[in-house]
Design a protein around this ligand. Sequence first.
Ligand code: ATP
Ligand code: MG
Length: 629
Amino acid sequence: MPDLWTQTLVPTLREAPGDAEVPSHQLMLRAGLIRKLGAGSYTYLPLGLRSLNKVIAIIREEMHAAGACEVFMPTLQPIELWQKTGRDESYGYNLFQIDDRHGRHYALGPTHEEVVTELVGSCVNSYKDLPKTVYQIQTKFRDEFRPRFGVLRSREFLMKDAYSFHRALEGPGGLDEEYDQQYAAYERIFTRCGVPFMIVEAEAGPIGGNASHEFMVPSPTGEDTILTNDSGYAANVEKCETGERPYDLSGEPTGELEVVETPGCPGIDDVIVFFKKQLGTKLKPANMLKTLVCRTPTGWLLAVVRGDHELNLAKLRSEAETDVQLADEKEARAAGFKIGFVGPHAAVGRKDTAVVVDPDAMRTGFWVTGANKADAHVKHFDWKRDFFQPGLGKEMAKLDAVLKQKQGAQAGPQKLNLAFTAMVADIRNAIEGDPAPDEKGGGTLRATKGIEVGHVFKLGDKYTQSLDVNVSGESNDRVTPIMGCYGIGVNRILAAAIESEHTDADGNARAGHDEFGIVWPQAIAPYAVCITAIKWEDDSQVADVCRNLAKQIEDAGYDVLIDNRDERPGVKFKDADLVGFPLRITVGDKGLSADTPQVELKARDGRTGPKGEAVDLSKAVERATELLS
Ligand code: ATP
Ligand code: MG
């Protein structure tokens, strides 16, 4: 039985509310798919829910095909579990926490690693029970700092989260094998949903190597930056490496080191405004050095990047081969760092402070940086004169060797005979125009924006270790399983489909929306077909033809909504375009009373031209299924 518009609930709106900034948010509201309840929480109306359920059905089929079994875990999670992994703290403010009437403390699950690890740990006893992959489709809660863009970043959302448990990384039944299977399942899921996607390398975490990928839908409104080259390398901005960026200290200082009082101007932007207003000098961020004070387990570390670049902590950690955190401001001040006014030369004379400099910041030229005293900066900072010379004494010849030397086991500070350790390394986020790494095919990196819809990750034993999960091994020893986790943002797929913009295989520009509304991929449209009745009366010929067509199209495997509202045709056409049904069939007295009765077919993606096609009623089902297949 086809559904009738008058029986469902489709409150379309002419205008989107003012706080809807991006197309998917505006259109999902306007098309009557969702309604907002509060910040970051949305009701799904019938049409939105149908699309959501279609996505869910595809995910279930592919998870099943990949050998994962479905479970359903609680949202309410005892905080003790989170304490065991330390994530009650490290997850930060995104973790919703509540107390019950007895004073017990809970987290509202933003993800389920803790719960699933304990669950599977309690169900498997031997390595013979492994591997095991479980998944669920369940509501997650995250107290996002800025819920926005409708269901793209909400505080309550549906996630498909899968978790796998293994005896080992490699070989049959190993994590690597399952990771590849999940990766392939994700490719099928997004392909079947009809959303364009890119697979990008993401921050690897504990296992290292190629242990994390994100599935991104290309869209100018995406919050993630993806860098690619012509050889198919794609990585997110946190992960993307750059090819060799040479540094150069061959030039002469641009002037005497000069202290400039900059009262109350700690930030780059403040200093630039100050220079312009007070000194009449146009200073660019690219001529400033940003010196960030960091903590390592053994001391301090100054990370120096150009003023217009962003420090990448993960890169810094891997170059320094130790844990590095941005320092607590109070502690750093107590240790003598003039936070807000720190320059690289703060390390000179300090045995407890290492310095890592990005190659773009290690140049001769005009530099402004912190003066290492409150409310002051310096002009004409010169690396050789103001940084290395004091530390190296007269050994300037060694400079190049020192710079190239990475901090490592054999090359500690003593060996280099420095008061501090300095090195030059790629520690900033990659940007468009950077050289791509040679081992990834070289060339130049290009930046595009994307929406993260899925993420696969090799976790290692982080959770099984901290929750003390182990199984008996081959020789009756106890072994700690390793894990992978695999997430998909279910609601986000809908919004991403609408936001998507890409060039298809034939070179045509495609988008999930246009000026009239949503252009759904057929697989996840609320209905594949909308039959628009011009003047519906229950016992009219128009109604008979609509029902008849609907039945035949449904029998062919496509779902149909009949727009039987008592509205002007123009209103109905506009609404059909707004909701974005892939095919609209218009049935009216005028067409039916022609010598050869006719109806009109219009594909939402433009394949039937802007006016649609008049088709003989007797051929309508055939042509409709042709357009839909
Ligand atoms: P993001 O970087 O966008 O905050 P994340 O990396 O924290 O996401 P994961 O923990 O990897 O997210 O969660 C798995 C998937 O859940 C993501 O790939 C994304 O599609 C979806 N997701 C995450 N946060 C939200 C949110 N606030 N609203 C809707 N979907 C979300
Ligand atoms: Mg992620």
